[in-house]
Write a protein that binds this ligand. Structure first.
Ligand SMILES: [Zn+2]
Ligand SMILES: [Zn+2]
Length: 289
């Protein structure tokens, strides 16, 4: 899966999952880096209301408005998924409504809370499960997300039955009578958070996890690299993409600690890093996508 990203803790974070046409957070600078790709966006998630995660939104809308004007072409409204109790984001959207018109043609707001499942617009059959992050945001909820693919599996009691009988049930009772809908986890996005364990993340193809600090500090609501590696070993994602690194360290201090904590090269090859201050652009092999 082709991923473009930029992330520097406190300053700006965004990740664009191109095949899903999905943007994870919308920090500053993404319009300059992604240019024409902004027009392909279909879904945007804003994890929480810290400014390094959402102030790039206005530029996306302005670029799309300009394109609609120049090309005289309609574009489907962007679905923007965000924490429903975020008064900060509601106020920001009120402002955007004033400066980007026609707002209703540009954006569909989807206020979300943990536990909710939101169908993605970009790819049929893809869903977003909304989770709660462990991050302090002035009494507003911070969200994390899991991207899941819908699939239909034959009901276990029908396994081994002749095809003619299954066809007969479909004809008389419909597809739901023979199949159950399942969700296959594909990508987990932690956003800003302390590490959180989720049963459903076991063996997930790709975990995108923040790793702000090198050393543990219980006073902050972020993760440090040793904790993230512990979570990696518990949950065993196939691959892990680290982002939201703090620039209080040199980048080589970060890679040195990673080498020390994960000495085995095969294990270490499962880690990717969004280096602060650079645009990350890589095709990450993600089964199911
Ligand atoms: Zn942040
Ligand atoms: Zn934050």
């Amino acid at each position: 899966m082709k991923i473009f990203a930029y992330s520097k803790a406190l300053y700006s974070t965004w990740l664009y999952l191109e095949p899903l046409r999905l943007l994870l957070d919308a920090g500053e600078g993404l319009n300059a880096a992604l240019e024409g790709r902004l027009l392909a966006f279909r879904d945007i998630v804003i994890s929480h209301s810290h400014t390094d995660h959402f102030t790039g939104l206005q530029n996306i809308l302005i670029t799309r408005l300009r394109e609609m004007d120049v090309a005289q072409q309609e574009m489907p409204p962007l679905q923007v998924i965000f924490p429903e109790d975020s008064s900060t984001l509601w106020r920001y959207f009120d402002y955007l409504k004033e400066v980007t018109k026609p707002w209703d043609e540009l954006v569909t707001l989807v206020p979300a809370k943990p536990g909710q499942v939101v169908p993605l617009q970009g790819v049929r059959g893809m869903h977003l499960t909304v989770l709660e992050a462990n991050h302090y945001v002035h009494k507003q909820t911070a969200l994390a997300f899991r991207i899941e693919k819908e699939r239909w599996a034959l009901r276990p009691e029908l396994e081994g039955k002749p095809q003619s009988e299954i066809n007969r049930i479909v004809a008389t009772e419909g597809r739901e009578a023979i199949a159950v809908r399942q969700f296959q986890p594909l990508v987990y996005y932690s956003a800003d958070t302390r590490p959180v364990y989720h049963d459903e993340n076991e063996g997930i193809p790709l975990m995108i996890h923040e790793a702000t600090f090198l050393e543990p500090n219980n006073k902050v609501s972020h993760s440090c690299l040793p904790e993230v590696i512990e979570l990696f070993r518990k949950q065993q994602p196939r691959l892990m993409l680290l982002f939201h690194l703090s620039t209080r360290y040199e980048f080589k201090e970060f890679t040195k600690l990673l080498e020390e904590l994960v000495p085995d090269e095969e294990e270490r090859s499962r880690f990717y890093i969004v280096r602060p201050g650079r645009v990350f652009s890589m095709d990450i092999p993600t089964p199911g996508l």
